[in-house]
Design a binder for this molecule. Structure first.
Ligand code: TMP
Length: 212
């Protein structure tokens, strides 16, 4: 049995990750590919506890940027070992709501951690493991955040100033342009066009893999 593939959806808050994941699910179903879904931070009982810490805006004690960075990777390590690697080994595909690119963009871009620091922690945690395909949903943070605001109460990270999200987006764009395994989707288009772009990116990826 061949190994499954790991497809990740990335983007700032309000970019439309949840809708994108639904589209990917329906394409995988059409091709009869079995899959699991994960989210980061989170996705295992322990990693979900870390997610609560990272997202909660009501700590008595301020979370340091270093703690935030390390918790993202701690959560990722638990998820890889306990869910992602085992699923891929059995031939299942994995749809990830965020992965390492989020840390590169939010902690590397937003919090200004050096590439050398990011590389070191990523190497310890991932040991060279990478998604097979990442869809990056690109959107102006002003639009994304107003959508997130309309959805309800903002979490600790969503409460950051707009400048932070511009830095996050710039890093996403820089990294997406430098990596063939990342497809950028213009999430500012009308919904039907975003839908079509996502569907055709996934279909092309599957067709390429099946042709091998
Ligand atoms: P979300 O999954 O609801 O978008 O929430 C996750 C939040 O955590 C979001 O603000 C992005 C942030 N995040 C990081 O800062 N670094 C990471 O590595 C990951 C996975 C998420």
């Amino acid at each position: 049995m061949s190994e499954g593939k790991f497809i990740v959806v990335e983007g700032i808050e309000g970019a439309g990750k949840s809708s994108a994941i639904k589209i990917i699910e329906s394409v995988l179903n059409k091709y009869n590919l079995s899959f699991i879904k994960t989210r980061e931070p989170g996705g295992t009982p322990l990693a979900e506890s870390l997610r609560d810490i990272v997202k909660s805006a009501s700590h008595e004690e301020k979370l340091t940027e270093e703690t935030e960075l390390l918790l993202m990777y701690a959560s990722r390590s638990q998820l890889l070992e306990n869910r992602i690697y085992p699923a891929l080994k059995t031939g299942a595909w994995v749809i990830g709501d965020r992965h390492d690119l989020s840390s590169r963009a939010y902690q590397g871009g937003g919090r200004n951690f050096d590439d050398s620091v990011m590389d070191a922690i990523a190497n310890v945690t991932l040991k060279g493991f990478k998604p097979d395909l990442t869809l990056y949903l690109d959107l102006d943070p002003e639009i994304g955040l107003s959508r997130a605001q309309a959805r309800g109460e903002l979490d600790r990270i969503e409460l950051e100033k707009i400048d932070f999200f511009h830095k996050v987006r710039n890093k996403y764009v820089e990294l997406a342009n430098a990596d063939d395994a990342i497809v950028t989707i213009d999430a500012s288009q009308p919904m039907a066009s975003v839908h079509n772009d996502i569907e055709s990116a996934i279909e092309q990826f599957i067709e390429r893999k099946l042709a091998r």
